[in-house]
Design a protein around this ligand. Structure first.
Ligand SMILES: [Fe+2]
Length: 112
């Protein structure tokens, strides 16, 4: 999966392959996915077969997490996060999956 983030409007676009992706009239480069560190991390709590995601990252209008992708291989659940609201997402738990998430200022990250 390739993740593209528009620096102008913040739109997140996801493609199955590298492609020519544009938004707001600009060509976007696929985001390099960095390993989570500091506040660029999703905290995960498991309760009754579900996973609950929160984060200590700020959620201001200017600087916020903008999506979480939860899954593996070719199948992800993608959640758009609301700026100015804390991260508070509950999903069905899956085994051996990864958590990828985006910050509007600092790119795309993967929980360890
Ligand atoms: Fe950030």
């Amino acid at each position: 999966m390739k993740f593209y983030v528009c620096p102008i409007c913040g739109n997140v676009l996801i493609a199955t392959e590298e492609n020519i992706v544009t938004c707001c009239g600009q060509k976007l480069n696929g985001q390099e996915i960095k390993m989570a560190e500091g506040k660029h991390r999703i905290d995960v709590e498991e309760v009754n077969g579900k996973v609950h995601f929160t984060s200590e990252h700020g959620m201001t209008k200017e600087h916020h997490l903008n999506f979480i992708a939860y899954g593996k291989n070719n199948q992800y659940v993608v959640i758009k996060l609301d700026k100015e609201k804390p991260v508070d997402v509950t999903l069905e738990k899956q085994e051996d999956v990864e958590i990828i998430f985006g910050c509007n200022q600092h790119g795309v990250w993967r929980n360890e």
